[in-house]
Design a protein around this ligand. Structure first.
Ligand code: GDP
Length: 329
């Protein structure tokens, strides 16, 4: 499988990638062992792609934009992988992003690889599978890996935590902008893209000015990815029309200058380092919690203590301490 990923012709490579990602997504313990072996073998071949996160509310135009961007990049001789984290799949097994008819033109291109969101599990689990799928795409030589998510909740933080650059798509509508700023999402954004500028150019220009000044204010508090000495990236706001393909080249120029700056000032390497360590700790936390819940003594005590805490018979912290002590025995 690993040979197919690293050296196969395009058709062989695609099959090997799909097989590898299915293996990574499996929850069987023996599969997990194989998957870990595969990741270790692929790891030296990863890291060369640019990892681009794209978020936005349903309907903002993410798939239209990613398709236009993907085709633009293929035109430049690049290969593009598109992965997704769909928060709805983790809650209901449903899908906001997973529509099969999305990105029809891009999905027909040999230079593109599109994979829908892992379809179940906790958000942490889905994020982990997506990170691993990203490594498979990188080992297969894709130049740009786009990770798409919906502009709600924790999934944006997850995508921000695994990409080199995080872009937020916005509608040219001031109410929405304030919403996003309130939610703290704008603080994560390296680039804000106002889409559908063709519908109302004046509104788009107003939104651009408003978001630009909001980002300046946020910048004064400092985004840890942007704040430190040296040539630093100031988050930008651009207008596009994904439908008409307008502004896609300007978008890619902004991405390229971000990449150059972050490479030169060392922030790109630092961001990846932090992300890898945060990922490790997140999985340790998860693993410990799982082991904790499976401990026989804890299993026996948990229902009673939970009732006691709920009924106010014992303090939550005391119950937690008792359970932790039981697990250590
Ligand atoms: P997603 O849910 O964020 O993936 O949004 P889609 O890409 O599916 O787009 C939602 C709708 O908006 C579709 O009907 C698109 O054709 C339309 N759309 C996307 N981008 C633009 C744009 O730049 N201008 C206009 N007028 N419509 C757009």
């Amino acid at each position: 499988m690993q040979d197919g990923i690293l050296r196969g012709n395009p058709a062989v490579q695609r099959r090997a990638m799909a097989k590898a990602i299915t293996l990574l997504e499996s929850s069987r313990a023996d599969h997990r062992e194989q998957a870990d072996g595969l990741l270790t073998a692929l790891l030296p071949h990863t890291g060369k792609a640019f990892r681009l996160g794209i978020s936005g509310v349903p309907g903002v135009g993410k798939s239209t934009f990613i398709e236009a961007l993907g085709l633009h990049l293929i035109g430049k001789g690049l290969r593009v992988a598109v992965l997704a984290i769909d928060p709805s799949s983790t809650v209901s097994g449903g899908s906001i992003l997973g529509d099969k008819t999305r990105m029809e033109q891009l999905s027909m291109r040999m230079e593109a690889y599109i994979r829908p969101s892992p379809s179940s599990g906790t958000l942490g689990g889905v994020a982990e599978k997506t990170r691993e799928a990203m490594l498979v795409c990188e080992a297969a030589g894709y130049d740009v890996v786009i990770v798409e998510t919906v502009g709600v909740g924790q999934s944006e933080i997850a995508v921000h935590g695994m990409t080199d650059m995080f872009c937020v798509l916005q509608l040219p509508n001031a109410g929405d902008d304030l919403q996003a700023i309130k939610k703290g999402v704008m603080e994560l954004a390296d680039l804000v893209v106002i889409n559908k500028a063709d519908i109302d150019p004046n509104a788009a220009t107003r939104a651009q000015a408003q978001i630009t000044s909001s980002l300046r204010l946020l910048g004064m508090h400092g985004n840890p990815d942007h704040a430190s000495a040296g040539a630093l990236w100031q988050p930008r706001v651009i207008q596009i029309s994904a439908l008409l393909g307008q502004g896609v080249d300007a978008f890619w120029e902004a991405v390229s200058s971000f990449r150059d700056m972050q490479t030169t000032n060392g922030r790109l390497a630092l961001r990846r380092e932090k992300q890898s360590l945060a990922w490790m700790w997140e999985r340790i936390d998860f693993g410990l919690k799982q082991a904790f819940r499976q401990h026989p003594q804890v299993k026996a005590m948990l229902p009673v203590l939970q009732d006691d805490v709920a009924a106010g018979r014992i303090a939550a912290s005391t119950a937690a301490r008792n359970l932790l002590l039981a697990q250590m025995q």
